[in-house]
Write a protein of this length. Sequence first.
Length: 285
Amino acid sequence: MSDKVPHVLSRKPVAIITGAAGGMGKACARRLANSHGLILTDFKAGRLDAISESLREEDNADIVASICGDIAEDGVIQDIAGAAADIGDRSKMLIHTAGLSPALAGWAAIVKTNLVGTAKLIEAIEPLLTQGSVGILLSSTARCFVPAAEPALTQVLAQPLVPDLLDRIAPHLGDDDERRTASAYAYSKAWTCDLVRQRATRWAKKGARIVSLSPGFIRTGMTKKEVVDRPEMNDMLKATPVGRWGTVSDIANVVEFVLSDKASYITGTDIVIDGGLSARILTQG
């Protein structure tokens, strides 16, 4: 469901922020509120309305559209693409933070949101890219701690929009729901990084860039729940070399940089934001 509202006409670029009512999405929306028009999406209507109203009142933000719904649903994707098309040739920035983790959902829902939703979103946005557009997709350092996908799983991941995806992918994720859920999350985030690498040349031909970010322990409600529910995660947090949680501001800082001209030579790659944890684990065991 889309709630388009009158907004100030300008030549400012427009940022499409999915998961805008979550911790990282909200931080990015606040950071960009004065420099970009905003198309905000989230699946929780109350929280989406609250952040939209707050940005209007406190930051005089130009809310181009507020779209509530599941990112994997065709109607929501159509509303996002329609709102992006309505702004014409203004540069379009995509900050895709919407996603599910094992603390929030089972493996099937994770596959639907993280894989199918992301694939549909990119397919819908690519025809609308203009010179200077930038896409930022949220991955996760969870992808660093699973084996590389076997060829059979790689083939399945290469076709995320086939109707029988769940039936195809389930045998490759494990023998029980807990293992499947963890694998679905990690491999969906590895796929996100692969998608960025695969699409970089296509985006560059339109004068656009695409990057993924892999956060580690960022202090959000979702991540805190992960740590509480899984004691081994708390051990990993304590092993983070910089000795602290990451913050949503740490993510917004990198997003702001990647969107800027200072990052104009950065595309088709992943940026890890985890306080050195993955480097420590992968080099020291």
